[in-house]
Every structure is written in structure tokens, then in C-alpha cells.
Design a protein around this ligand. Structure first.
Ligand SMILES: Nc1ncnc2c1ncn2[C@@H]1O[C@H](COP(=O)(O)OP(=O)(O)OP(=O)(O)O)[C@@H](O)[C@H]1O
Ligand SMILES: CC(C)(CO)[C@@H](O)C(=O)NCCC(=O)O
Ligand SMILES: [K+]
Length: 247
């Protein structure tokens, strides 16, 4: 069975086609429209489709998928066996839920801290016995640069270059870069350490457009061997909903 999985984020949209659990196609787009979906559905002879959208609603896309595929509505009701204790399950981001479903399948019986460095940075912990009690939502890297410029009179707007090392703050420009990047690095270390102290065998699953920042910062840390980079966690989780029910 060929499944079209779609992850509409706040910056980019990610699309993948799976044949059962094998990924056949993957691409990142600034946005997606019916023409794009139509070409994918035809080219890959898609059977089922599933969508997570944490951006503004795009009802047209849903209507299109309903008409042209076997469309599977995604919600937290689609559950492969996680005990979900999030108190506002109805407002839990579906991208976060999809990642939990993915690690539940990929690393069953293993405690996982999922860190997504996207538009926002999110932290979600799934215990070895598949209990989810929630996590944290924090500002993304570029968003921090944007906010410093937006809420001040004197700070310039900097577009983050992903290759920059954390500088010493010796002038306005480097002071901002240092504050943002060292701030994120310290935050990541704090969240990881907190969980690592509870369980030093946990896996640290890293995803999102800025994942490489974490990989680079912690490549020599004690928990480096436990870090796993998986850019496709949301899409794999979406596919798992279909694979679990229909394969
Ligand atoms: N206007 C913007 N606001 C926030 N981040 C931006 C913006 N433009 C580019 N970015 C970059 O994109 C990153 C997030 O998007 P990216 O696609 O790389 O990750 P993502 O995991 O797909 O995010 P999302 O799923 O939230 O769209 C940001 O951290 C930043 O580096
Ligand atoms: C936190 C984001 C923006 C991360 O993409 C998304 O998961 C979302 O919109 N969540 C809704 C709030 C919540 O997860 O409780
Ligand atoms: K909002």
C-alpha cells in the first residue's frame, strides 16, 4: 500500500510517500497545493493519505485528499498504545503526537526524549512503558533573533547562518548571536540533563530543520552515543497510523 504523508509546519511543509514502511519519496516545500499533491498521487499511485497541520487550516487540501485518496483523518484518537496523560489532548500539536507514535514503533520499551528544532523547539518524553505526561514548547532559533529585533528599538534583525559557531559577544552583532545560540545550547543541555539523570539509557531523538545545531553542540558530550538524528519522525509517525491499522 502506498501512503502519502503530509506534515504542514509553521515554516515548511514536508511530504513523503511510503510503500508500507519503506520511504519512496521525501521533499520539503515552502507550501503545498493541490497541483503538487495531484502529481504525487499520480506518480506514486497513492492509496491512502494522512495529514498533520499545525499551521492555519487548509480545508481545500483536505477536500482534495478526500476526493482523490483514501483519506485518514489524523487526531490523538489515532493511538497505537501510548498512555496519553496530556491534560489538553485536544490542543496537543498533531506533529508532536505523530513523533510520539513514531518513536513508540521504532524504539518500543525504550525511554525517549524527542527534541524538535523547528520554528519552535519542543521537548517530549515517552517513558519505557509508553507513558506520555507532556513536555515543553520553547522558542525556535530564528524566532529568537526575530523577537530581539521586533521588541527593541536598537537591535538589528539577524538571519541565522546555520554554519556559525557560537561567538564571544564582543560587539552588538556577536552579542546577539552569542545570546541566542548559547541560550539554546544551555537550554538543550538543561532539558537533556534533567532526563538523563533520571535514566541514563534513554534515547535522544532529534528532528527538525535546525537539528544539526544540537548534533554539533553535543557531539563530544557524555550522551552523544544516545543521540539519534531522524529528520522524518513526523512523517514516519503519520505513516505508522496507516501501517498499524491497514497493513
Ligand atoms: N520566518 C521564520 N521564522 C522562524 N524560523 C524561520 C523563519 N525563516 C526560516 N526559519 C528557519 O527555519 C527553521 C524552522 O523550519 P524548518 O523547516 O527548518 O524546520 P521544521 O522542523 O520543518 O519547522 P516547522 O515544522 O515548524 O515548519 C527555524 O529554526 C529557522 O532556522
Ligand atoms: C508547538 C508546535 C507549534 C510545534 O510545531 C505545535 O506542536 C503546536 O502548534 N502545538 C499546539 C500546542 C500543544 O502542543 O499543546
Ligand atoms: K498562534
Amino acid at each position: 500500500m502506498r501512503n502519502l504523508t503530509i506534515d504542514i509546519g509553521n515554516t515548511n511543509s514536508k511530504v513523503a510517500v511510503f510503500e508500507d514502511r519503506e520511504m519512496r519519496f521525501h521533499e520539503v516545500f515552502p507550501s503545498i497545493d493541490e497541483a503538487l499533491l495531484k502529481s504525487l498521487i499520480t506518480e506514486y499511485d497513492v492509496d491512502c493519505a494522512i495529514l498533520s497541520n499545525v499551521n492555519h487550516a487548509q480545508d481545500g487540501l483536505v477536500t482534495f485528499l478526500q476526493a482523490n485518496t483514501r483519506y485518514i483523518p489524523f487526531s490523538v484518537e489515532k493511538n497505537t498504545g501510548i498512555q496519553n496523560n496530556y491534560k489538553s489532548a485536544g490542543t496537543l500539536g498533531l506533529d508532536r503526537w505523530a513523533k510520539l507514535l513514531a518513536v513508540h514503533r521504532l524504539y518500543a520499551n525504550t525511554a525517549c526524549l524527542i527534541i524538535d528544532l523547528g520554528t519552535c523547539i519542543t521537548y517530549d518524553y515517552l517513558s519505557a512503558d509508553a507513558r506520555y505526561d507532556g513536555g515543553s514548547i520553547s522558542l525556535g532559533i530564528q524566532m529568537r533573533f526575530n523577537a530581539l529585533a521586533h521588541y527593541t528599538g536598537n537591535l538589528p534583525h539577524l538571519k541565522w547562518d546555520r554554519n556559525t559557531e557560537i561567538p564571544a559577544g564582543t560587539d552588538t552583532q556577536t552579542a546577539i548571536i552569542s545570546g541566542v545560540l548559547q541560550g539554546v545550547a544551555s537550554e538543550l543541555e538543561g532539558f537533556i540533563n534533567q532526563k538523563y539523570k533520571e535514566n541514563d539509557t534513554l534515547k535522544i531523538m532529534v528532528t527538525g530543520g535546525d537539528a544539526r545545531f544540537l548534533l554539533e553542540q553535543f557531539k563530544n558530550s557524555i550522551f552523544a552515543p544516545q543521540i539519534i538524528h531522524d529528520p522524518y519522525l513526523v512523517l514516519k509517525g503519520l505513516n505508522e497510523v496507516i501501517a498499524f491499522e491497514y497493513v
